[in-house]
Design a protein around this ligand. Structure first.
Ligand SMILES: Nc1ncnc2c1ncn2[C@@H]1O[C@H](COP(=O)(O)OP(=O)(O)O)[C@@H](O)[C@H]1O
Ligand SMILES: CC(=O)N[C@@H](CCC(=O)OP(=O)(O)O)C(=O)O
Length: 265
């Protein structure tokens, strides 16, 4: 049997999306990745700004947006519409035949509304293990298309759900590992996971579970880096070949054999 081909699952975060020049150079690099690839975009910052204009204030708990009935409409419009279609149009301009999707399209990412415990997250979706349906993604890749996912899923009963983009990337990476050698690259505005969040050059090159526990105990990690690391470990422990967290400007290096940023092992 021949060895499976490589697919890059690449996630780009809200601080890159919110900076038009940075986003454009990132998308040019993404378009040039010489392998099969899937893009997952965030957009939390833009959703917060547009929500503010509409008088709908953002509220985050543990890195997840509390998504009430008004907020799910805002994020559906912003992630599934504005951001997704702008990213697709820009990729087309770079010669990448992108197709924009939510997790509801082709029923690729069925999710479950997060149960209410101490906190009611509202219309936030968790992706059950094994739920991602890879067949439609494979069809698109086989047809020469590049899927671009917004951070939206659905409950199978007609309700769109808001799911953290890092989680979507990790779940897609794990599911596609059954068919491909998958490399997952988280791209954001820092050079990697930092030992000192205020020092952009304090990148930690390698993090395993033991180092992660130490960093947590030292209080070095906060905000969005926590769900990113949780999702990164979930991927590396479930069949994904390589997981990297790095600067969006280092995508070219991170998809051509070298490593710039933090490698999860
Ligand atoms: N030790 C750390 N290293 C890197 N980032 C950190 C660290 N501690 C906190 N952060 C914060 O985590 C953020 C990344 O999470 P998030 O804002 O959700 O990014 P994205 O939108 O790209 O997923 C960084 O912008 C940074 O402000
Ligand atoms: C449930 C939840 O928190 N969803 C995220 C989805 C967007 C996202 O993940 O965007 P970034 O990658 O830019 O952070 C949110 O609404 O902020």
């Amino acid at each position: 049997m021949s060895s499976p081909g490589t697919v890059y699952i690449i996630k780009v975060g809200g601080n890159v999306i919110d900076n038009p020049g940075f986003l454009d150079s990132f998308l040019a690099d993404f378009a040039a990745v010489p392998a099969l690839k899937v893009l997952i975009h965030g957009g939390g910052k833009i959703a917060t700004r547009i929500g503010d204009k509409l008088g709908i204030a953002a509220n985050y708990v543990n890195g997840r947006r509390i998504t009430d009935a008004e907020t799910i409409d805002v994020v559906t419009m912003v992630y599934g519409g504005l951001v997704n279609k702008q990213v697709v149009a820009k990729l087309q301009a770079h010669g990448c035949n992108a197709i924009g999707l939510t997790g509801a399209d082709a029923n690729i990412i069925p999710a479950v509304k997060r149960p209410v415990k101490e906190i009611d997250y509202g219309f936030v979706g968790d992706i059950p293990t094994g739920a991602v349906r890879t067949a439609p993604v494979k069809l698109l890749l086989d047809a020469g298309l590049t899927p671009v996912f917004s951070p939206l899923t659905h409950d199978g009963k007609g309700q769109i759900l808001n799911t953290n983009a890092d989680t979507i990337a990790s779940s897609l990476a794990v599911a596609l590992s059954e068919h491909y050698t998958v490399r997952l690259v988280y791209c954001f505005e820092k050079k990697g996971v930092l030992r000192n969040a205020a020092d952009d050059d304090s990148v930690i090159n390698l993090i395993n579970r033991e180092v992660y526990q130490q960093l947590l105990a030292e209080g070095v990690l906060s905000d969005g880096i926590l769900p990113k690391l949780d999702n990164a470990f979930a991927a590396i422990e479930s069949g994904v070949k390589e997981v990297l967290i790095g600067h969006a400007g280092d995508l070219k290096r991170n998809t051509t054999g070298s490593v710039a940023g933090t490698l999860i092992c």
